[in-house]
Design a protein around this ligand. Structure first.
Ligand SMILES: O=C(CO)[C@@H](O)[C@H](O)COP(=O)(O)O
Length: 245
């Protein structure tokens, strides 16, 4: 099944001092989803923000809030993120202790459930939870920091997961080091939802963010890479409300 490409800028790369304005800017610039990276300094070696920040920024946009929890344990915090306004809650297969139970809890809270795999984790980790998920997130860097280089080794894993998904209504999201230069390969491997932090938030203006988002989208949709100086000429196309489909 071919799905519409969604671009999900990671606000980890935004200016935190102006977070609300930055989210409004990427909304105007054509972001489909808003990707929120939650880090606990335990599961990953960095601390970002928690449910209170998500609650505070929720009113700045109507776009889907795609919340990626890089935390362990996760179960005690699911309700807080659901109440804060997350639409999709993605947890790590490695975070434990009981992936199946946590995924059921996310759906019981009325949210879309996602599962993420670190680069060293094989796709077999999700074999028995496919009926419990709405999204798989393949990490193409080791989680914890923005601005790292894309791990090419993960392309094969994306292809394998795409085959496992088959016709199931599950989105295949890729996160880490995604740029206009590798977006075509990522989409060709089977990804339909592309997270990008540094590659979107480079520049300062809404126009620059829009050009960055459009260049990633064009590469993913057409397989053609847009050169940096060319992208201001590309028409801006925003998908309809960034719905999950
Ligand atoms: O979850 C993570 C990192 O742990 C990602 O969402 C990165 O924040 C993406 O940033 P770039 O690699 O695109 O700069």
């Amino acid at each position: 099944m071919t799905r519409e490409i969604m671009i999900a800028p990671s606000i980890l790369a935004a200016d935190f001092a102006r977070l609300g304005e930055e989210i409004a800017a990427i909304d105007t610039a054509g972001a489909d989803w808003i990707h929120c990276d939650v880090m606990d300094g335990h599961f990953v070696p960095n601390i970002s923000f928690g449910a209170d920040v998500i609650k505070a920024i929720r009113p700045t946009t109507k776009k889907i809030f795609d919340v990626h929890l890089m935390i362990a344990p996760v179960d005690p915090y699911l309700e807080a993120f659901a109440k804060a306004g997350a639409d999709v809650i993605t947890i790590h297969a490695e975070a434990g202790p009981h992936l199946d139970r946590s995924l059921q809890a996310i759906r019981a809270l009325g949210k879309k459930a996602g599962v993420s795999l670190c680069p060293a984790t094989p796709e077999s980790a999700i074999a028995y939870v496919l009926d419990r998920i709405d999204l798989v997130l393949v990490m193409t860097v080791n989680p914890g920091f923005g601005g790292q280089s894309f791990l090419e080794s993960q392309l094969e894993k994306i292809e394998r997961i795409k085959a496992m998904i088959g016709d199931r209504p599950i989105r295949l999201e890729v996160d880490g080091g995604v740029t206009r230069d590798n977006a075509a390969a990522v989409a060709a491997a089977g990804a339909d939802t592309l997270v990008a932090g540094s590659a979107v938030f480079r520049g300062k203006s809404v126009a620059e963010y829009a050009a960055n988002i459009q260049a990633i989208r064009m590469a993913a949709e057409t397989g053609r890479v847009t050169k940096l100086q060319d992208n201001s000429t590309q028409p801006l196309r925003v998908s309809e409300a960034g719905r999950i489909r």
